[in-house]
Design a binder for this molecule. Sequence first.
Ligand SMILES: Cc1ncc(COP(=O)(O)O)c(C=O)c1O
Length: 399
Amino acid sequence: MKMNLASRTTRITPSPTLQLSATVKSLVAQGQRIFDFTAGEPSFDSPDEAKQAAVTAIQSGFTKYTAVTGIDELKDAIIEKFQHDQGLAYSRSQIVVSCGAKHSLFNLAMALFETGDEVIIPTPYWVSYPEQILVADATPVFLPTSEARNYAIDLSALKNTITKQTKAIIINSPCNPTGSMYSRETLQGIATLAMQHNLLVISDEIYEHIIYDDHQHCSIATVHPDMPQHTVIVNGASKTYSMTGWRIGYAAGPEAILKAMGNIQSQSTSNPTSIAQKAAVGAMQGGTQFIEHMVHELDIRRRAIVEGFNQIPGIHCPMPAGAFYAFPNIADLLGRQFQGKVLSTPFDLANFFLHEAKVACIPGEPFGTQAHLRFSYTGPLPVIEEGLHQLTQAIAQLD
Ligand SMILES: Cc1ncc(COP(=O)(O)O)c(C=O)c1O
């Protein structure tokens, strides 16, 4: 029997963020007190409307297979959301509901990419984009952005990165891990290039509702009447409604692409869980109060963590516009030593913080940066404050 694994398994690495979260959980299970900043999820409970809808679904026997790409009721709630929030008109055949936005993106990669295709990803990026492209046998092409320019895309650099093989560009605003958002002008520039070169824009809008101050979310699909034909929007219930475990994500875009994604889903997972679909309908119909409360609380935590970081010598941290991650620059700490061992990379520093400060965060490497760490600030304020104190003390021990 031939047991050698398919080559695609050697091209990808398991999700480092999920791995780190697992390490933290096991340290906690061993009785250690860890200040955990790794989680890519809000700490809030899911909305009552979602829970109630799920209970009703279970009790009424809504526990069987559904249509592969989602129940009409949920598709209609999603269509209504696009119409209401963005003025975008989609029909049911342009929507596929999947087991989380990660699954939507995976279906999309499977439906669209193959050997020889290039997909542009601005750095820093969410960890799964390059890996999913590699699974699809295509090539991720990285477009560096800089902290100094607030991680905005340099349009002339984007233009120079486009080749005959380029098939798509992935954008993520607000961004995990930087928390930055693209301006309408930047989106218009990206859209112009996408239309000129006949590219698809994959717009991951999962943090659409988690934005602060007077920032406004803008979907690239709205910046030109032709852009809906060049865009697949990916979104979901995980972040907006603190429903990560329910696994409901969705994609909307050109019918031919969505049909292919639905076909792939029909031969892999089939429908997302019937109960979770009903819960998502409940959440989406539950009004905006839940989101407003969550964003208000997250805003307090955002300010606390960013202001705290900016008081620690060797760290500086821009104020994120959206999502729930602080992305401090720790370049000045690299090269310093702890007990004779040089901390040369974000990974070394994150390890030092975990073991000496009992603070868990995600090093920058899997996001494509050698100068940052990612801290999720979804935990309670006292944990943030104590974590910052621990970090300050640990850093004071560095030579
Ligand atoms: C940028 C981004 N896109 C997609 C996802 C996936 O979300 P879901 O839980 O819906 O699969 C995440 C989750 O961390 C994310 O940060």
